[in-house]
Design a protein around this ligand. Structure first.
Ligand code: HEC
Length: 148
């Protein structure tokens, strides 16, 4: 009788580590927001790689910046009340500090506006700093609101 909870806990931890916990709730809010973030990353990361590897392509960079802007609103409506269950990696602060969480979204959205304007100049010298600023808003939010 006493051993069962421990075993269950171990198997749950193992599942979590492998990322195999399925989101079985209607509408799959956790899975949906995670997919939205992954999609954002798929547009955002190649811009950083381009800059780091010194192969800036102004048109591709602009297209990616436009993608980021078109995807930037997708995750937020899927953080409804009562949606912090496995496989969520959100911290309770998303809900307990909702004003700060909304501010972090606004900071991120503003930074992506600046990035898009910079990308439209098609000048490599203009895009590095705005890219870094957006990156900092991703990281800044994760530091407070996401489990690592
Ligand atoms: C306002 C806060 C906030 C901002 C801004 C933000 N994120 Fe996140 N991100 C989160 C939270 C919270 C989670 C955890 C979601 C969950 O599992 O419930 C997350 C999860 C993720 C994940 C993991 C998804 C998964 O499959 O588990 C990736 C990748 C990610 N974010 C990338 C980014 C990138 C790239 C940016 C910026 C371009 C960004 N995020 C901006 C809050 C934010």
């Amino acid at each position: 009788m006493l051993r069962l909870p421990a075993l269950l806990l171990i198997s749950l931890l193992t599942l979590a580590a492998c990322g195999e916990v399925e989101d079985t709730r209607p509408g799959q809010p956790v899975k949906t927001r995670q997919e939205a973030f992954k999609s954002l990353l798929r547009s955002f990361e190649p811009m950083g790689t381009m800059l780091k590897e010194k192969r800036y392509d102004a048109d591709k960079f602009l297209a990616l910046a436009q993608d980021v802007v078109s995807k930037r609103d997708a995750p937020w409506s899927h953080f409804g009340p009562d949606t912090n269950y496995p496989p969520s990696k959100s911290r309770a602060e998303v809900w307990s500090k909702s004003a700060e969480f909304e501010q972090a979204q606004k900071d991120f959205i503003t930074a992506t506006d600046v990035l898009l304007v910079a990308a439209q100049t098609k000048k490599e010298a203009s895009v590095g700093e705005p890219y870094k600023k957006v990156y900092e808003t991703c990281q800044g939010c994760h530091k407070v609101f996401r489990e690592r």
